[in-house]
Design a protein around this ligand. Structure first.
Ligand SMILES: Nc1ncnc2c1ncn2[C@@H]1O[C@H](COP(=O)(O)OP(=O)(O)OP(=O)(O)O)[C@@H](O)[C@H]1O
Ligand SMILES: [Mg+2]
Length: 254
């Protein structure tokens, strides 16, 4: 059997407020995959990412990252993961270069090693000229790219991106796609959430669709696209791409 980057079994999360955000989610992401986790607002995507990255305590179930349990082997599991959060959460008064280098400090990377690599990442992401500016002074799309650079400083094998292209213009979004594809070609596993379904269709090998805390479909992109029902699409007058129609088919009724 091929190695799993992420293995989630029967994951449940009920927040203190009583909201049942996850109702028994199971997911396998093979190493090297480009995986899309799709779902409407409030479906539970960020909650899954929160659990995987150790920010949210699960209620039940198990999660392993490259075979390491996220609770019993939390430190090891975390070193594999780089995360680009949905909310921009760097210190806005820090210089861009420091945002990236200081993150390396959390993984014990000496500054002498982190600085040149951070410079490289800023260059790769097209924001090298913003090196000495504060994060605050960046445009929305540049902030997203700074978050990606920060997530990569410790060379994680598994990159999780929670809506990385929200608010990013068409041209930059395509550049980001190219960059993410380069990462997967180097063996990095990627988990992506996005509301731009054509983006997932372009990039991802496997996809899972989550609705109200439960997975309603998962498989290869081809498997999911094969669920497309022309009659329903016609009746509803959908005008979107095929994946968008399948998505609406699975998430709009119940
Ligand atoms: N800290 C929290 N406390 C209580 N409820 C929460 C908390 N975080 C999320 N929720 C609830 O859990 C459910 C799932 O939210 P989550 O953020 O995981 O959705 P999402 O799929 O990421 O949505 P979006 O596409 O809008 O980002 C929602 O009903 C949300 O209100
Ligand atoms: Mg979210």
């Amino acid at each position: 059997m091929s190695e799993s980057a992420l293995s989630i079994k029967n994951l449940k999360k009920t927040y203190a407020s009583g909201t049942e955000a996850l109702r028994g989610v199971s997911l396998e992401i093979p190493a090297g995959d480009f995986f899309a986790l799709l779902g409407p607002n409030g479906a539970g995507k960020t909650t899954i990412i929160g659990v995987v990255t150790g920010l949210v305590n699960k209620t039940a179930g198990s999660v392993e990252v490259f075979g390491h349990d996220i609770e019993r082997e939390a430190e090891t599991a975390r070193t594999y993961i780089g995360v680009v959060p949905q909310e921009i959460n760097f210190n806005p008064f820090e210089k861009c270069i420091d945002v990236v280098v200081n993150q390396g400090g959390y993984y014990g990377i000496p500054r002498s090693v982190a600085i040149p690599y951070a410079e490289q990442l800023l260059k790769d992401l097209g924001i090298a000229d913003k090196r000495n500016q504060t994060g605050w002074s960046l445009s929305g799309g540049m902030k997203r790219r700074l978050l990606i650079a920060r997530a990569l400083i410790h060379k994680p094998r598994f990159l999780i991106l929670d809506e990385p292209t929200a608010g990013v213009d068409v041209e930059l979004r395509r550049e980001m796609w190219t960059y993410l594809k380069t990462l997967t070609s180097k063996g990095v596993t990627i988990l992506l959430t996005t509301h731009y379904l054509e983006e997932a269709e372009q990039l991802c090998k496997h996809v899972a669709i989550i609705h109200k805390g439960a997975i309603v479909a998962s498989g290869t992109m081809q498997d999911i696209l094969a669920l497309h029902d022309e009659d329903t699409a016609q009746k509803r007058g959908y005008r979107g791409g095929k994946l968008e129609e399948v998505f609406l088919q699975l998430t709009s009724e119940k």
